[in-house]
Write a protein that binds this ligand. Sequence first.
Ligand SMILES: C[S@@+](CC[C@H](N)C(=O)[O-])C[C@H]1O[C@@H](n2cnc3c(N)ncnc32)[C@H](O)[C@@H]1O
Length: 340
Amino acid sequence: MSVLLQPLPPNLSLPRRKTRAPPAHNGITTTTPRKSTLCVVAAANTRAKNEDDYHSTLRSLNSKGRYPRKSLGQHYMLNSSINEQLVGVADVKEGDLVLEIGPGTGSLTNVLVNAGATVLAIEKDPHMAALVTERFESTNRVKVLQEDFTTCHIHSHLISLVGCQKSLDGESQYAKVVSNLPFNITTDVVKLLLPMGDIFSDVVLLLQEETASRFVDSSLRTSEYRPISVFINFYSDPEYNFKVPRSNFFPQPNVDAAVVTFRLKQTADYPPVSSTKSFFSMVNSAFNGKRKMLRRSLQHFCTSLEIEAALENVGLPATSRPEELTLDDFVKLHNLISKT
Ligand SMILES: C[S@@+](CC[C@H](N)C(=O)[O-])C[C@H]1O[C@@H](n2cnc3c(N)ncnc32)[C@H](O)[C@@H]1O
């Protein structure tokens, strides 16, 4: 599927005060009247590790007259070896069904298809959805949906994908998620996907590095320990895989990225709570006043005396604060409090 391109001219620069796009250089137009053109020119000066991908990305965008949109977190991967590592971490094999959120130009999609996967790609930007549909129109292994992942009906989409029903009904075959995410929807995506352990076995995401470290590090008594840390460990076993320097993206973001794998637990393996809804409601309330003691922040669940007694039962001091409780402590505390 890769396109062979002419080398990019070394002397690319943005003419000042241009109001119209100048003629294309080797098929790659490098300026437009719009502000976002600056990103394209900046990228032209970036030394990408893999020049073929770099040219291919520029040409794909250029062919549709499209330039990266910040509001959609459009930072495209230039380095195919990173895509290959991402697919390697997810252990994608022939016959796997993979959900990709935000395929963009389809560079990661291509590596997934080459690994033998059938890909359901959900892309919000209609222009990029059209581009990636066109790129893979000769294969029936890629289905592209132009939708916002955070509001779409992912389960019914998976079921309707040809061959997917068989996989989902199978004894041991689960789908996987492999995606270079737009950073601005990371938390929404994690909250939607992690409780889907009966559909997905692994969720492998390229995230902002700082977020990746926070998601994986659940050390107690740190400012990084939050309700999302409890949520992630409730539904999955997270693992930090590798860091991806910002220079690998076009346009270059202000931060580095990293790959994280969430191995999803199945429902039967969730910590034993009577109701996940009331459990997370308690965890959120506990962190609402982070410096507050639990005997105060959980007062609308029961009296402070009952909370102190429950904490003692769990083996914790009456003065405990939320950042001092492990997932297991929260589960025990919830089960005691919900009985009072
Ligand atoms: C970081 S880029 C990654 C593109 C491509 N996968 C790559 O690796 O180069 C994120 C992609 O997600 C798309 N996107 C942004 N918000 C989205 C949403 N809510 N649902 C689906 N796609 C979204 C963007 O249009 C963009 O193509």
